[in-house]
Design a protein around this ligand. Structure first.
Ligand SMILES: Cc1cc2nc3c(=O)[nH]c(=O)nc-3n(C[C@H](O)[C@H](O)[C@H](O)COP(=O)(O)OP(=O)(O)OC[C@H]3O[C@@H](n4cnc5c(N)ncnc54)[C@H](O)[C@@H]3O)c2cc1C
Length: 467
């Protein structure tokens, strides 16, 4: 390799994984380019995490305004200006994606606009130009999985991208096909904005990967809020008629079929890694049957100078996992002893209340052979939760019986995603339940529920009866 390369690192894709990798590589003194064919910030900033959280916040304010009547505050008739809602959300996206562009400039990352395609293991074509690089980082992300029989038109039958544009008027009847994280976040938005929402899930349980007790509590709360949930149910086909979309639903256990009519149908049945157009064959990098480009703990593919990060590298498909892998890939290329060795990657459903978890579920811990103790503290016993009108849910802690070692924390409750930071750090530091219980948490805060769940493990919580 005597030939001079155009770049030390060429990153393909400017999503959370790609832009983190590009910026960290530049911080470490490398000459970096990042090729992006659609939008800076990738799925997360443009059609994922950020716009959904904006819509969720708007929906929660609508619900909060209704609940304010409990303490005597009433408003006039609710009036949602949908054009303004969509515009406000788009404004946040624009600001953040513009921010990524500014960070690229400030860090001297060359932004190559266009679709990148490999020519050989050290060359890519972007538009009509070719560039060489010593290292490549594949960060091409994922796209919504399709469902036969339900053709997405982004108007009445939508995927997550179409669902982000709220139609005017808000659809009266909405079907969400898929009871995962994305499905429930949108169902919560539409429910709060006035739709009658039904969620169907093929499997016996919603939110795969979360703790069974937490999921049970979460489902109970979602139903209480008015969302209908049908598990072991699939959608066979949808037909658009004058009075709405007629969807044939089938109970997968009994085979019973019914047809129901909706104004909007969201297909949220998972995501597929995206490598189309990349011409990876020219590099010799392995692509699995399911389309992933697998990597080792240093984020290297089987071709050592080609790295893979984020959704395209494997599950879980989460922005913070992509970001971390981006940093690892950049640091490995710069010669640092970096590795993806996270003890646990948090998961969150940003509904209200949130469902959030980090570490092992009770079942996973048992399956791994741990003898387990659990401690549960209900939000209904939290003074802070009462003041926030948010007493649904609990904190559940999973601990190894003999050593008291923390294995997992599962929270259904307000700001669960933020409470998870403490739990994640505790897991990384190999803390015990006692370590958490001995830490003074400010009063009154939601964080005290984490402390009392740790106390509950030892049957010593103060604000509940310990059984
Ligand atoms: C509705 C929704 C809500 C979500 N909410 C959350 C959340 O709250 N929290 C969370 O952690 N995760 C969330 N996610 C998941 C999160 O968006 C992804 O995990 C994250 O975006 C993955 O980052 P990435 O960098 O791997 O890829 P992406 O963000 O998918 O970015 C890949 C980029 O590569 C570009 N690209 C692809 N091929 C090429 C090519 N050949 N040449 C040039 N460019 C190319 C694409 O245009 C894209 O911009 C959500 C996803 C969705 C759909």
């Amino acid at each position: 390799m005597t030939k001079q390369m155009d770049f030390d690192v060429l990153v393909i894709g400017a999503g959370p994984g790609g832009y983190h990798a590009a910026i960290r590589a530049a911080q470490l003194g490398l000459k970096v380019a990042c090729a992006e064919r659609e939008y800076l910030g990738g799925v997360c900033l443009n059609v994922g995490c950020i716009p959904t959280k904006a819509m969720l916040h708007a929906g929660e304010q609508i619900a909060a305004a209704r609940h304010a009547a409990d303490f005597g505050l009433t408003f006039g008739e609710q009036n949602l200006n949908i054009a303004k809602l969509n515009g406000w959300k788009d404004g946040i996206v624009k600001k953040l994606t513009g921010g990524v562009g500014a960070l690229f400039k400030a860090n001297k990352v060359t932004h190559l606009i266009g679709e990148a395609s490999f020519v050989d293991p050290h060359t890519v074509k972007v538009g009509d130009k070719t560039y060489t690089a010593s290292n490549f980082i594949i960060a091409t992300g994922s796209e919504p999985a399709k469902l036969p029989g339900l053709d997405v038109d982004q108007q009445v039958i939508v995927d997550s991208t179409g669902a982000l544009v709220m139609p005017d008027p808000v659809p009266a009847r909405m079907l969400c096909v898929g009871g995962g994280v994305i499905g429930f976040e949108f169902s919560h938005v539409y429910n709060n904005m006035g739709s009658k929402v039904k969620v169907i899930e093929f499997l016996p349980n919603i939110i795969p990967g979360a703790d069974a007790d937490a999921v049970k509590e979460f489902a109970k709360i979602m139903k209480k809020q008015g969302i209908e949930i049908a598990t072991e149910t699939k959608a066979n086909r949808a037909e658009k008629k004058n009075d709405g979309v007629h969807v044939e639903l089938e109970n997968v256990k009994t085979g019973e079929k019914t047809t129901e009519v909706f104004d909007r149908v969201l297909v949220a049945v998972g995501r597929r890694p995206r490598t189309d157009g990349l011409n990876l064959q020219a590099t010799g990098a392995t692509v699995t049957d399911r389309g992933f480009v697998p990597a080792n703990t240093r984020q290297q593919t089987n071709v050592p100078h080609i790295y893979s990060i984020g959704d395209v590298a494997g599950n879980p498909m989460l922005a913070h996992k992509a970001m971390k892998e981006g940093l690892v890939a950049a640091e490995v290329i710069a010669g640092k002893p970096a590795e993806q060795d996270a003890v646990a990657i948090p998961g969150v459903v940003y509904t209200s209340p949130e469902l959030a978890w980090v570490g092992l579920t009770e079942q996973e811990a048992r399956d791994k052979g741990y003898e387990v103790k659990t401690g549960v503290f209900p939000m209904s016993a939290s003074g802070r939760a009462m003041t926030l009108q948010a007493t649904d849910g609990f904190v559940k802690m999973v601990v190894e019986k003999d050593t008291d070692l923390l294995l997992g924390v599962h929270i259904v409750g307000p700001h669960a995603s933020d409470l998870l930071g403490e739990a994640g750090l505790a897991l990384e530091m190999a803390a015990t339940a006692s370590d958490i219980a001995l830490t003074i948490h400010a009063h009154p805060t939601l964080g005290e529920a984490v402390l009392e769940a740790a106390e509950a493990v030892h049957k010593q919580a103060i604000h509940i009866m310990n059984r």
